[in-house]
Design a protein around this ligand. Sequence first.
Ligand SMILES: NC(=O)c1ccc[n+]([C@@H]2O[C@H](COP(=O)([O-])OP(=O)(O)OC[C@H]3O[C@@H](n4cnc5c(N)ncnc54)[C@H](O)[C@@H]3O)[C@@H](O)[C@H]2O)c1
Length: 353
Amino acid sequence: MVQARVAVAGVGNNISALVQGVRYYEGRSAGEDPELPGIRRPVIGALRPHDVEFVAAYDVSPAKIGLDVADAILAGKNNYPRLDVTLPATGVCVEPGIREHDPDADVRRVTESLRRSGAEVLVYSLPTGLQWAATAYATAAAAAGVALVNCTPELVSRDQRMLDAFVAAGVPVLGDDLASHFGASIVHRSLLALLRERGITLDQTYQINIGGNEDFRNLREHGESKKASKLNAIAQDGLSLDRVDIIPSGGYVAGLRDQKVAYVSLDGIGWAGTPVNLELRLRVQDSSNAAGVIIDLVRIAVAARRIGLKGFVPAAAALLKSPPDGHGAYSQSAVNTSFEELDAAAESRSAAE
Ligand SMILES: NC(=O)c1ccc[n+]([C@@H]2O[C@H](COP(=O)([O-])OP(=O)(O)OC[C@H]3O[C@@H](n4cnc5c(N)ncnc54)[C@H](O)[C@@H]3O)[C@@H](O)[C@H]2O)c1
């Protein structure tokens, strides 16, 4: 098995959950119990969740630059819990990331570093609201011939020029904004579909999220792109968005640390105009919710790159809040066919080896 070679931009809580989680599944796979809790697809394109090698990392925090990735994920303001796994040094140190004051020189440096590392995919996982940074890292990835997974709501796969750059480079780009594993967006979307399916008319609905990690602190002030992306995530046929309100960060509550609490409320109109109301509270480990999806996006990106697919890959659509052209553009059968293509190509490659 050739491991997926992964570079990361932004060594925050998402990446802590990803790096520690990969070690967790490595341990599970080596043990007698083959069950992989929390994994939707044990194999994608012949890659298992622990078939991942971290080959490069970029950050701008002085608390993280120069540290081995295994130490950097526990440094600075990261507050994802320390899981019960061994974390040996990766041998990869965090390099300075791209800074706003001189992005062109930094983009060239990161492009060179990506090439040298042999990375197959770059996971872009910076704070929300930095469109210049998303564009800069995407430019570096495309120039280095490296696929990109955009975890944030910034425009990359929905920016036609960026999408064209990845197509021209012959590599995949998956974005934008990951849809958490079991988060407020997917639960809210499913409940709205259920209301509709049962013939209950939506009167109004809202979603409020609170948490105690840096993402929540940042979203209090830079939540606009996240709000738009969350609306994309729940948009579906017949839903009038003027009946929906979403507050990405209703508050930073330090004591919650990396836990997130979402409140979802739905008011509907049932038989003969009488009311229906649902109030729901969801509490999750926020960055596990991200890593559980990043691991699939990474494997899709790498498997697709290995067979020469370029641009957006439909298998990723349901794992994102804002895929290019919206969710309506990807039927379930198109998504399934895309996964089958990745699996079949990997099988025939291993049969040929
Ligand atoms: N469930 C989830 O956690 C979830 C779901 C969907 C999307 N996201 C998005 O994922 C992103 C990352 O989330 P997180 O919780 O890991 O955030 P975080 O704040 O913990 O980590 C961000 C990291 O990026 C670094 N950084 C800032 N500027 C940089 C630059 N120019 N170059 C390189 N590194 C830089 C920071 O120092 C920090 O280490 C956010 O945009 C968030 O909205 C998260």
